[in-house]
Design a protein around this ligand. Sequence first.
Ligand code: FRU
Length: 482
Amino acid sequence: MNPLHDELKQRYEAMMASFKKTEDDPYRLHFHVMPPTGWLNDPNGAIHVDGVYHLYYQYSPYDAAGGLKYWGHYTSRDLVHFKDNGLALLPDQPYDLHGVYSGSAFEENGVMHYFYTGNVKHLGDHDYILSGREQNTIHAVSYDKGMTIEKKDVVIDASDYPAEYSNHIRDPKIRKINDVYYMILGARNRNDEGLVILYQSTNLTDWTYHGPYFGPLKGMGYMWECPDFFELDGEDVLILSPQGVNQDGFLYQNVYQSGYYLGEMNADEVTFTPTSQFNELDRGFDFYAPQTFEDEAGNHIMWAWMGLPDADYDNPLEYGWQHAMTLPRVLTVENHQLIQKPHPNYQVLRKQEDVRSLHLSEGAYEYFTGTAAELLVTIDDVTKLTLTIRSDVTLTYDDETKQLTLALGEAGRGRKTRTIELTQLKQLQCFIDQSSLEVFINDGEYVMTSRMYPQPDEEKIELTGEATGTLTHWLLEQKNKS
Ligand code: FRU
């Protein structure tokens, strides 16, 4: 019996019983996961078991501006239609009282295992970096395939982390290699440098500190959040979300980044040696804290928070919700680069197809409509190209500079421009979902993701410039249209 758990749960159920506001929002999304109400951030515990995808997430149900973190829980059989299963983990124990923070899941012998961070803040005069904060690592299990989660043990108490680290150690991700479980955690050391640290275990209960897995690295910031590691197409991949990296031209323009290194994991030392640069996973405005999992067919899938902490732009909060997940993306490695493609299941939403051959020149344009739409542009030849979405949002390519620029104007609520320097523009695949835009460039070589707030009742999508190629437009089903 846990009276706090019961009270928090009842409070949530009472609120949900009377809550309807998000349904009236003209900016509500149709084919992206968004919170039923309140605030959403990182994807957590993403997993595919017995044909069911589970997507847990950082969730502050009571306030669209954020607050105490729970885990919310969606399930899906197709990655397109999702069922809300309410709260999965509540901040109801002394070791996670100020937030059930991010974590991950895996399944073994019919049992689902979860490792997450329990956040605790002590009262008093603290900086909450070197003192005043506990970030415990907790093991939880589910014996009913992810529908109910029981907390099991604090496997690493905050007081057990090595002395060289600050209080900021969180976001466990586990991988099993030759009967040994390896856990990586994002960390900030006492010199204000970010790094990924490693623990190991043979029984999931007793964990020993192994040392840094990767980092710190000059110029790579003071804290690394949400690390993820896996092997893909013969390469070892390390994903992380560093904080404190300085802008470098068109790179690292957001307040915090999310990106990856390709490299090699040294099996004896269990350390990582990169063989690539740090590459941002997304070059738009709203992308952070990605998490990957392998589905039952062996595809590597990634979700990310379509949002960012501490950004100097915002989203409307009038309808009581904020933030969403990106589309799930399938990852592959090609030519020493991570390629991201939208998971193809969304194609069941395609309603009306319109294929045109593209012959744009001065004064000509192609015109479409749709506030939930997909646009695929395959380019044979281009001098310049501008895609305009409603009034204020433009995506412009100039073949002279090879720059592709997303500009949001008033619709950006503070988001202005993001630019990528390409070697060539070959293809654009755009997903417009009411107040979100994801642009996959050159078949997944780059992605730009952004929230946008043009006039909600405007429908215009227009293409102008000088270019030839093929263009396909689909209206996508508006699942949430009431
Ligand atoms: C990333 C993050 C994580 C943390 C969680 C708390 O956005 O800050 O490091 O676990 O969000 O909500």
